[in-house]
Design a protein around this ligand. Structure first.
Ligand code: HEC
Length: 107
């Protein structure tokens, strides 16, 4: 597994501010998504869906097919998560409001 310096092995080990979590590195500030790395929007995501997908990545049900380049990028982010840190993440991500990214450049 590739370990980048900004990755934390376990979100539950973090204390204090949520701001330094690594999810936003790919999924964008406030989980708005990042087209550049094909990371989808997390803001506004239903808690049950978010939980199930993190569990699926962790269990190797998702992000394992050799041609699933994006899934392979995401899977290592979930493999070290505990049930506790998943619950914690759901609470954190749940605080982000859905903001339409349709034409984000229009002011
Ligand atoms: C290295 C970049 C990267 C990081 C860091 C990252 N992700 Fe992802 N994530 C992705 C990519 C790329 C996808 C798209 C995978 C796919 O299409 O199957 C994805 C997909 C997801 C999905 C599935 C979305 C859907 O619509 O089904 C969820 C949920 C998710 N990420 C949550 C997280 C959380 C929570 C964190 C932090 C613990 C995180 N990601 C960190 C890149 C990343």
């Amino acid at each position: 597994m590739l370990i980048l310096p900004w990755m934390k092995a376990n979100a539950a080990e973090e204390n204090g501010s949520y701001d330094d979590r690594y999810c936003t590195t790919c999924h964008g500030a406030d989980g708005r998504g990042n087209y550049g790395v094909q990371a989808p929007r997390l803001a506004g995501m239903e808690p049950w869906y978010l939980q199930r997908q993190l569990e699926n990545f962790r269990a190797g049900l998702r992000g394992v097919h050799p041609s699933d380049i994006e899934g392979i990028a995401m899977r290592p982010m979930a493999t070290k998560l505990t049930d506790e840190s998943i619950a914690d993440i759901i609470e954190w991500v749940g605080s982000w409001d859905y903001v339409s990214t349709e034409n984000p450049y229009r002011r």
